[in-house]
Design a protein. Structure first.
Length: 246
């Protein structure tokens, strides 16, 4: 298994993060948009943890017409989705010591933080620089240390990223093209004996994603269905466990 680089931050993101840290991450984000703190308790009672996350008060305020025109990019990263909460709970039940983990689409950093709390050596990736900074800051706020971070475009997967014992992604199958794209990225990032966990609430591309797995050399080994209910939100989140086809 090849290891991720010790400091996997892309140069542009590294410069921006240094500037943000120079004036304080929380204050810098508060000057960009209205922000709030939200405390999230995840995991079964025997593993439960409460994490406090900084997040934009309203993700709609982050929508950029220029980003959307460029590649239909929307700031989904700025919300706390049920799939991320369910996946975070599942990660807390794992033993991560001595194992590496990559998150595809880290968003606010809930799953990255949970994986770090479980002992994994985590590399958090996202397509948005703000998400990278937010995830890094939220992990440090809750655990006192940061993950490795990397800006990653799934359409141009970096050859030097390496492979990982565990690869995770939460609620990433919301566009048709992601059925094949996510599978291809998982196959590249997953170590030969590793396991990937994809959390999904039944998005548009999920059936095609499953169908595409053999084409990238992956197989579904288990699906756990976890109910999620909070206020008016009721979902059944699927945790798909994948490995390289044997």
């Amino acid at each position: 298994m090849s290891e991720p680089t010790s400091e996997a931050t892309a140069p542009a993101a590294e410069r921006d993060l240094a500037a943000l840290q120079g004036e304080g991450l929380d204050g810098a984000f508060a000057r960009k948009w209205s922000t709030t703190f939200e405390s999230i308790t995840v995991g079964a009672p025997e593993h439960a943890r409460t994490f406090t996350l900084l997040k934009p008060s309203n993700a709609d305020h982050l929508i950029s017409e220029a980003d959307y025109v460029m590649d239909e990019r929307l700031p989904y990263w700025a919300d706390l989705w049920p799939s991320a909460r369910v996946l975070a709970g599942a990660l807390l039940a794992l033993r991560g010591e001595g194992r590496t983990l990559l998150e595809m689409g880290c968003g606010l950093g809930l799953d990255t933080t949970a994986a770090m709390a479980a002992g994994f050596d985590v590399t958090a990736t996202d397509y948005y620089e703000d998400a990278i900074h937010m995830a890094r800051g939220n992990a440090a706020r809750n655990l006192g240390h940061e993950p490795h971070v990397r800006m990653v475009n799934w359409r141009h997967w970096p050859a030097d990223l390496g492979t990982f014992d565990v690869v995770i992604a939460a609620d990433v199958l919301y566009e048709k093209e992601y059925a094949s794209l996510v599978g291809a990225c998982l196959a590249r990032a997953l170590a030969p004996t590793g396991v990937a966990i994809v959390a999904d609430p039944g998005r548009l591309a999920l059936p095609a994603f499953r169908d595409h797995l053999p084409e990238v050399g992956l197989e579904l080994i288990r699906t756990d269905v976890v109910p999620f209910e909070e206020g008016a939100v009721k979902q059944s989140v699927q945790l798909l466990h994948l490995q390289h086809a044997r």
